[in-house]
Design a protein around this ligand. Structure first.
Ligand SMILES: Cc1cc2nc3c(=O)[nH]c(=O)nc-3n(C[C@H](O)[C@H](O)[C@H](O)COP(=O)(O)O)c2cc1C
Length: 245
């Protein structure tokens, strides 16, 4: 599965079955996490079954089954750190998707006391990511959750006003952004033209979780553009711009 297929395949997995994840897969995931931690200056920690990975308590209304493993997404609380955690955290999620594993960004609907992670001063646990094999069938309750949330999807022209006259690469980028996850599918980001290139902005920031959404959207934009032949890199923070390489 290539990375664009991973974007198309990924959904928030809301039903996990009891199958053990092969140790080699967990090793591969851990290697990807280590690379992303180094590149992004964030601290994602794989909680394997032997390290209490199965202790995480997810809200029953949103999830079925008990995953054996999760990843703790830890970073500082400033704007850029959250943006980078979104970007690199989503890289890990797309890699897990390529391994055939189900995941979900979970920032709120879990029991914080069940996540046994120790934090350094200045750090925050921004999200946990259950990791496991998806159940063959997702119960109706959890399927309904996704359908209801995805009904709120924005139109491409709401995300980027110039979408209809944009290049194929920019359209592919925006399409990839819309397919990405965001908290309660709020899709809070907007892309605008600036003298420095296309910028990713947040018209309003309420809880701060939008900054994770922003980093996720930047990654999806970059992957979509790259798949259409236009590589580039983002600058961090609200209003960060995409510089073509
Ligand atoms: C930063 C972030 C936090 C999220 N927190 C939760 C959560 O606490 N509980 C939950 O059920 N889903 C959570 N989600 C998943 C979103 O609801 C989901 O990504 C969105 O509805 C789109 O659906 P999809 O990921 O299946 O495409 C979160 C997603 C993101 C990006």
């Amino acid at each position: 599965m290539d990375i664009m297929q991973a974007i198309d395949t990924r959904i928030s997995c809301r039903a996990y079955d009891g199958r053990t994840i092969e140790a080699e897969k967990l090793d591969q995931l851990e290697a990807c996490i280590a690379e992303c931690n180094a590149a992004g200056n964030v601290r994602m920690v794989l909680m394997r079954p032997e390290n209490g990975g199965a202790d995480l308590k997810l809200a029953k209304a949103m999830f079925a089954g008990q995953p054996s493993t999760y990843i703790a997404y830890i970073a500082r609380t400033d704007e850029e750190s959250r943006d980078r955690l979104g970007y690199y955290g989503e890289k890990v999620i797309l890699f897990a998707t390529q391994l055939g594993l189900g995941t979900c960004w979970v920032a709120g609907t879990y029991d914080r006391a069940s996540a046994h992670v120790s934090l350094e001063p200045g750090e925050e646990l921004h999200a946990v990511i259950p990791v496991g094999y998806p159940a063959p069938k997702t119960p109706l309750k959890q399927r309904t959750v996704r359908a209801a949330l995805r009904r709120r999807d924005k139109k491409p022209t709401d995300v980027y006003a110039g979408y209809n006259v944009a290049s194929a690469a920019v359209r592919a980028a925006i399409d990839a952004v819309i397919k990405g996850p965001s908290a309660v599918n709020g899709q809070p980001w907007v892309f605008i033209d600036t003298p420095g290139g296309i910028a990713a902005t947040l018209p309003s920031v309420k809880s701060g979780i939008e900054l994770l959404d922003l980093g996720i959207a930047k990654l999806h934009f970059e992957l979509g553009a790259t798949s259409a032949g236009v590589g580039g890199t983002w600058s961090w923070g609200i209003g960060g711009t995409f510089t073509r390489s």
